[in-house]
Design a protein around this ligand. Structure first.
Ligand SMILES: Cc1cc2nc3c(=O)[nH]c(=O)nc-3n(C[C@H](O)[C@H](O)[C@H](O)COP(=O)(O)O)c2cc1C
Ligand code: SF4
Length: 1499
């Protein structure tokens, strides 16, 4: 045990009733030795002749929490902290220390504690690290330092004496030192000379008096809160000002008293022990020109190794022993007046702020004209680096040399690193100007600043900015929280003065102001804190005084202060750097000030780099810190996760009367990061609780409401602990039971355990009784092919009596693999020859380990791939690479093959089945079971079997919804829910991370809402907006087929979502699935009557072809679940097997082909006569977009006409077309099941005849029509009935609020007043339809306000369209919606150069070849192949009349731009009049025209 610690402990024992030792983790021996030392002492008595109580507390048990209660009983308490190296003990104690010193304010004596703290030494320089001590400097405790065994013992005694005599609690700190130097012990009689029994009695009496609420004049308690007559306000300002050096007079008086008492104690101590100490000591030349000011053991080091050895001409050392209270006068009295240069040296390691605390104290002291009237010396700031004893003298000499040089470095390290050059100018300290910092902030951080501007407008006042990246390096003092805090305090003060002045003027009749001015001033006084009314009455005052200028000096002054009338929204903006030094920085000032000040702290540490961040640095959770402190509004938000939550938080923070801290997440690696990167990082952080979204509003608690609102799913452990402690959690769970599994159980471990046990033993039951050889089947599969093969193998094995288990490779505990006798791997190929997601970990391990021997195992591998996926010759290596690699590796590890490697190729006649059929028998043969079981093998279940067995789409959906153990539904139910308009998805951005954490995928559901013809009411828009907000991912998607789409709905919210949708008279039934889907119809009513009639037809045919099952109602709306087959539904059109595949209908009204009528299974082209009367429809059949890359048997197709029908025949025709497809469509191969293949397999005439024979009449010959484009018609149009329509541009149909783009809010505001309808367009835009002339202006204004009237985009952007793709679509191979805008921006540069800005060119993008955004009719199309890689198609018809063709495969962004640039250039120069880009590329020979779908692959 260290001698210093012993010295302090002995004194503590002698003068306390109660001693706490705070147990630390390292080094362990310290605790036990200090405890045994104190136990030894127990044989003795303390100075009151009693045996004190000794308690050992754990540092994680919040040991300070009850201290103030015990102190208030008059106990003499010491706390000993033998080491602070773990658990942030000091930082966590800060709120409690404040409580203790606050209980000593205003004539109260709540009792004073003495805390002895031993600091661990830094290895590089053997000096203690004072970082944490410095964070305590505003707590109101006195801070006293000692060095070495004897001094520590002496100072410990002095500390206790100070506490008793002043009532101020004391922190006494010293370095842990191992010197076994002798300490002169104090006997109780010695001690009593310094601490008399009468002192203790007086101390206790004063506490009792305080408890009884009697005031006593005798004691000062906290040096910055000693008896005081000023208002709370002033006191707080004084406390806060303390750091900047502007102490109030009152405060200094109190400090004077403290110093007088303390000096007397030092004198008395000298008389008693004959050792003398000073509060501040100076060594060196009295005429020094350069001095070092320092605090702590470093001072002793310098003194011994330099000042005591060297001639100290004109140089000196000022050693500070008492750091708090801080007296500028005291300090400067000890500084020679000859000083020109000062170096402040601090023991903070590592340093996290540019300007250290002591430095700031010293600077402000020299700026105090009362005590240092001359010119302030040049002050530099430094810290101790790695120091070797024998070179200290050299280093110090260098330091003085630097000080005396012409341009000394202002920021330096004494030791290892020599003087670092910094260019900061100390003038920054005097600069109190506030600036608008928004422009100078990093690009990516602007979203929050934009939002502040949006929300608070002119009321916004930002006092500072500190948004720089590099940790520990504040660029300027202006960026520090202290600076911002100071500025805001002075603002508050200015406004308080104005309030005083106005109050006096209103009361003072002698001034003789007008009645109106009197009324306005009085009203302003009443409402000065109301943002709206303060503006209103402030405006009135300004108006009155402008029209009759004042003459009275007080009124003139009021007028001059008119910019203070409106209640400001005051913000300090900072970076997460501040979290490294919360207690030490102004963050703490704000938290503890009680002032109505808001702080926005932006954290930009990306989730994926969090562990790589400097582990030495301890970043603290400011939110937790503030909540611990109490009465502070705290919110943790992330704009890329929820705009609405940020909005709520900003508004609530502003409204909260007191300090507010908003922690805002905006992760990025560099300024060049794309939005997608920021979005992904945000999602990862929010999803797994690293950055929980929450709001903590103490005001709500006062109103009896729950103060904590959890806005994200998961919560981090520390926060959970906090809530537990605060007992709020119990209440929260009681009132919101749905949080329970999220919060109370450890989600991670629960699911992990579950998954493990599933993986290990799920099949044990199944296998009981089987006798054949054991077989483990492991698969790697992204989209289900390989998994399907593996599962079939398992069934085949079971049928043959083989003990087979089957699971994903990554789910298998790899350490057991050598024990497996027979192994079969089925693995697909992903990316470019990569392993699929659920096999990567397994491969990583097995490809690098040499520890596994498979000498006892036999194995077989079947790989799935596509030999044409990467068609270039040199890319052949990627074909089935994982299967091949795995096969080779297993051999290398000693395994013997059951059978040779099998390969499935998508290019084979039957795809991978071809290869599999050949390979499978070999496997059974090798296992010796080839003759068994084939007959008993279960036949493969088809989708039709599934439909039939589902009891009209019920399946086990209802039961699945009740199962809370997983966020997913069973595989079969996920197929069925599609018929209900619901797709199970998972957030693919989170897959890897969740997998790494052993969590199941982030399952969520996409809900598609059918809107025939795309027309919905304003009330329905509002309802959808609200549902998205409540249950979805906040945004709404307008789809390419005129439906609403919600994303991110969790299973537990699914039912309520569907209910709410139905409540607003919309529904989701048949929005997906093998049925007729949402019926599309041109939404822009140029010819009103025709349009109304066609719309009516759209609604009717949609209703006519809807499934009749009651399952939808039963599962989602009724709650009455009918078990088994009790209810027999009847589907007159579909029967129990429904259609072979989806079926799509669109109705176009020429000349606009916005619906892409030929891209649908069934198309109606409306024909009107010259008077605008609907004659009927040309009917086209067999259109469809979907195909599979490189699979020539699949292709997109355009519909072909089969004839004309009258309006009253149209439903019948539609029904019959669908029924022919129902009966003839291919039900054995889903890739070949769409109507286009049914027709192509026979021919169009056959199809027409089949339809006509079912109709009983012939279709008429086609009527003439003309299409001009397939785009939306933007802007204002007026219908024949005089009603107005406005078509706005919504990029990719995504309705979302983003900083600076409040599309969702804007449309919500419009929906509240709009009397017409909301029409979803086929190009994902929106029409506000049927606006009466008299309402147009109001709508125009709202459109303008929310910038929704902006149509000044380039022609290419206005004609761009993308599907959703990543992160939700399970089939996406590449980005689409999130990326197309970026690609278009890059193309726009080329377009502008070519002068094609206004030219309409259609460009479409999809994440996979399924074609949801109808890419194959676009003039330019990019279809995802792999991440960042697209196939480029060119030559589609401008009005949807021609398919495009593959131009080049596997292009990255640069390649796409490189290919398109020369074409666009030539198009600009060489096109014919009116020639479209799609036609041009064909004419110029870039591409052949595609005539029929079957030609699509012919290059
Ligand atoms: C994005 C993507 C990349 C692919 N890359 C390759 C490849 O590099 N080499 C290959 O042989 N097959 C490749 N394929 C083909 C797949 O391996 C093949 O379609 C397989 O059947 C898919 O199996 P799964 O459904 O189990 O994921 C790729 C497929 C996709 C979707
Ligand atoms: S086109 Fe492909 S990636 Fe895009 S939404 Fe449709 S299925 Fe998903």
């Amino acid at each position: 045990m260290t001698s210093s610690l012993i010295g302090a402990a002995r004194i503590a024992y002698s003068v306390s009733d109660l001693i706490y030792v705070i147990e630390s983790n390292s080094p362990k021996s310290l605790n036990s030795s200090i405890v045994s030392e104190l136990t030894n002492q127990a044989k003795k008595k303390n100075i009151l002749n009693e045996t004190p109580e000794l308690k050992v507390l754990s540092s994680i048990s919040d040991p300070f929490s009850k201290l103030h209660v015990q102190l208030s009983k008059g106990s003499l308490i010491s706390v000993i902290i033998p080491s602070i190296s773990t658990n942030n003990i000091l930082i966590n104690s800060i709120p409690h220390l404040y409580k203790i010193s606050n209980s000593n304010k205003n004539n109260n004596n709540g009792g004073a504690v003495v805390i002895h703290i031993a600091l661990d030494k830094n290895e590089s320089n053997q000096l203690g690290d004072y970082t944490d001590i410095m964070t305590l400097r505003q707590t109101g405790f006195a801070i006293l330092y000692s060095d070495g065994g004897q001094e520590t013992s002496d100072m410990a005694l002095i500390a206790h004496s100070i506490a008793l005599k002043t009532g101020v609690s004391v922190i006494h700190f010293f370095d842990n030192d191992d010197s076994k130097g002798k300490i002169k012990k104090f006997g109780n009689d010695d001690i009593k000379k310094l601490i008399q029994e009468s002192d203790i009695k007086q101390y206790r009496d004063s506490i009792l008096a305080s408890n009884e609420n009697k005031s006593t004049e005798l004691y000062f308690r906290s040096y910055n809160g000693i008896p005081d007559t000023s208002s709370d306000d002033q006191q707080n300002v004084a406390a806060a000002d303390e750091n900047s050096g502007n102490k109030s007079k009152n405060n200094n008086n109190n400090n004077d008293n403290f110093f007088t008492i303390t000096e007397n104690i030092f004198k008395k101590f000298k008389q008693m022990a004959n050792r003398s100490y000073k509060l501040i000591e100076f060594f060196g030349d009295e005429k020094s020109e350069s001095i070092i000011i320092t605090l702590g053991s470093g001072a002793t080091l310098l003194q011994k190794n330099f000042f005591e050895k060297t001639e100290t001409e004109k140089i000196g050392l000022l050693k500070i022993r008492l750091y708090r209270p801080w007296s500028e006068q005291y300090l400067l009295n000890n500084v020679p007046k000859s000083v020109k240069n000062v170096a402040v040296l601090e023991q903070v390691i590592p340093r996290t702020t540019k300007w250290t605390p002591l430095y700031l104290d010293v600077v402000s002291a020299f700026q105090n004209r009362n005590y240092w009237p001359g010119q302030s010396p040049l002050i530099t700031c430094g810290q101790y680096g790695a120091l070797k004893k024998d070179s200290i003298d050299v280093k110090v000499a260098q330091l003085f040399k630097n000080l005396n040089s012409n341009e000394p470095s202002r920021n330096f390290i004494l030791g290892k690193e020599s003087f670092k050059s910094q260019t900061e100018d100390s003038n920054d300290f005097n600069d109190n100007e506030s600036t608008n910092y928004i422009e100078s902030s990093p690009v990516l951080e602007k979203p929050y600043l934009k939002m502040l501007n949006e929300v608070f407008g002119v009321r916004l006042y930002i006092a500072n900015s500190a948004l720089k990246r590099n940790a520990g390096n504040f660029e300027t003092v202006k960026s520090t929280p202290e600076f911002g805090f100071g500025v805001l305090l002075s603002k508050l003060h200015e406004r308080a003065q104005l309030v005083d002045l106005v109050t006096r003027v209103v009361k003072d009749n002698s001034i003789g102001i007008s009645e109106s001015l009197h009324a306005a001033l009085s009203q302003w006084l009443l409402h000065k804190d109301d943002s709206i009314l303060s503006k209103k009455f402030g405006g009135q005052i300004t108006e009155i005084l402008t029209s009759s200028p004042p003459t009275h000096p007080s009124i003139i002054k009021i007028f001059q202060s008119k910019n203070l009338f409106v209640k400001p929204s005051q913000w300090i903006i900072g970076s997460d750097e501040w979290a490294y030094d919360i207690g030490g920085s102004g963050v703490h000032h704000v938290i503890s000030s009680g002032k109505d000040i808001n702080m926005l702290i932006i954290d930009s540490q990306p989730y994926t780099t969090r562990t790589a961040a400097d582990p030495e640095k301890r970043k603290k959770d400011i939110g937790l810190y503030a909540m611990n402190y109490g009465d502070v509004y705290v919110a943790s938000v992330a704009v890329y996760s929820s705009y609405t939550q940020v909005l709520h938080a900003l508004l609530e923070a502003e409204k909260f009367k007191g300090p507010s801290i908003v922690l805002a997440y905006l992760p990025y690696h560099s300024e060049e990061d794309t939005t997608i990167t920021v979005l992904k990082e945000t999602k990862l952080a929010v999803d797994n609780g690293y950055w929980p979204l929450y709001r903590w509003n103490p005001q709500l608690e006062k109103e009896g409401l729950e103060p904590f609102i959890l806005d994200s799913e998961r919560i981090k452990q520390e926060l959970r602990n906090f809530l537990d402690r605060e007992n709020h959690l119990t209440q929260l769970i009681r009132s919101r039971p749905e949080y329970s599994p999220l919060i109370t159980n450890s989600l991670e471990s629960e699911i992990k355990t579950k998954q493990k046990s599933l993986a290990k033993s799920a099949y044990d039951k199944l296998l009981g009784g089987l006798t054949g050889p054991p077989l483990l089947i492991l698969f790697g599969s992204d989209n289900g092919n390989a998994e399907g093969v593996a599962r079939r193998l398992q069934k085949g094995a079971t049928a043959r009596g083989v003990n087979a288990r089957c699971m994903a490779m990554d789910d298998y505990p790899i350490e057991d693999i050598a024990l497996e006798k027979n192994l079969v791997f089925v693995c697909c190929t992903a990316g470019q020859g990569e392993f699929p997601q659920n096999a990567r970990e397994f491969w990583k391990h097995i490809s690098t380990t040499t520890d596994i021997s498979l000498s006892e195992s036999r194995y077989a591998v079947f790989g799935l791939g596509d030999s044409h996926y990467w068609p270039r010759e040199e890319d052949a290596i990627y074909y089935n690479k994982p299967g091949k690699d795995l096969d080779a590796r297993l051999e290398l590890l000693g395994g013997s093959r059951l059978t040779s490697l099998g390969l499935g190729d998508d290019q084979d006649a039957d795809g991978y089945e071809t290869g599999f059929q050949a390979w499978e028998p070999e496997l059974w043969k090798a296992l010796g079971v080839e003759l068994l079981g084939a007959a008993v093998e279960e036949p493969k279940k088809t989708d039709d079997d599934m439909k039939v067995e589902s009891n009209f789409l019920r399946g086990t959906i209802a039961e699945g919804l009740e199962d809370t153990s997983t966020g997913a539904l069973s595989e079969r139910d996920t197929k069925l829910t599609k018929f209900h308009g619901i797709y199970q998805q998972d957030d693919r951005d989170l897959r890897d991370e969740r997998k790494a954490q052993g969590l199941e995928k982030a399952f969520q559901f996409m809900v598609r809402v059918r809107v025939p013809g795309g027309i919905s009411k304003a009330s329905q828009w509002l309802a959808m907006d609200e549902i998205a907000e409540k249950y979805g991912s906040k945004s709404l998607k307008i789809t390419t087929r005129q439906a609403y789409q919600l994303h991110g709905v969790l299973k537990r919210n699914l039912k309520q979502t569907i209910r709410d949708i139905n409540k607003c008279l919309l529904d989701t039934l048949a929005a997906c699935g093998d049925v007729n889907r949402n019926v599309m119809c041109s939404p822009n009513p140029l010819i009103s009557e025709v349009h109304a009639e066609v719309q009516d037809f759209a609604r009717k045919i949609s209703a006519h072809l809807s499934p009749r099952t009651s399952a939808y109602h039963e599962i989602w709306l009724d709650d009455k679940i009918v078990a088994g087959q009790a209810v027999q539904d009847f589907e007159p059109l579909y029967g129990s097997t429904y259609l072979p595949r989806k079926f799509k209908i669109a109705i176009a009204i020429p000349p606009n082909n916005d619906v892409d009528v030929f891209a649908h299974d069934l198309g109606y082209t409306a024909i009107a006569d010259n008077n605008g009367k609907l004659l009927g429809y040309n009917v086209s059949v067999g259109g469809g977009m979907g195909m599979t890359h490189n699979n020539k048997k699949t292709y997109p197709n355009l519909g072909q006409f089969i004839g004309f029908c009258k309006p009253d025949q149209a439903i019948d025709v539609g029904e019959k077309v669908m029924l022919v497809q129902r009966d003839y469509g291919d039900r054995s191969n889903r890739k070949h099941a769409r109507l286009k293949y049914t027709i192509d397999d026979r021919d169009l005439d056959w199809f027409r005849e089949e339809v006509e024979s079912r109709l009983g009449y012939k279709l008429e010959p086609l009527k003439e029509y003309k299409f001009e484009n397939n785009a939306d018609r933007y802007g204002w149009t007026k219908g024949a009935d005089g009603k107005w329509h406005f078509c706005m541009y919504i990029e990719n149909g995504r309705v979302i609020d983003l900083p600076g783009e409040q599309i969702k809010t804007g449309l919500r505001e419009i929906a509240k007043v709009h009397k017409g309808d909301f029409r979803l367009t086929p190009n994902q835009h929106l029409i506000l339809g049927n606006i009466a002339e008299q309402d147009k202006e109001q709508i125009e204004q709202l459109l303008k306000k929310y910038k929704l009237d902006n149509l000044k985009f380039t022609g290419i952007r206005m004609n761009s369209m993308s599907c959703v793709a990543l992160p939700t679509c399970g089939l996406a191979m590449a980005e689409s919606e999130r990326y197309l805008p970026t690609l278009v921006s890059k193309l726009e540069i080329i377009i502008e150069e070519c002068g094609l800005r206004e030219d309409a060119i259609t460009i479409r993008m999809t994440g996979c070849p399924n074609g949801c955004a109808r890419p194959y009719v676009a003039e330019i199309a990019c279809v995802g192949k792999a991440l960042g890689t697209y196939n480029l198609y060119l030559g589609g018809g401008f009005y949807g009349q021609r398919l495009n063709k593959l131009y080049k495969e596997n292009l990255k962004e640069d390649d796409i731009l490189k290919e398109l640039k020369p074409m666009l250039n030539r198009y600009a120069k060489e096109r014919n009049d009116g020639e479209r880009f799609g036609d041009f590329v064909i004419r110029m020979g870039y591409i052949k025209a595609t005539k029929y779908g079957k030609d699509f692959h012919e290059l």
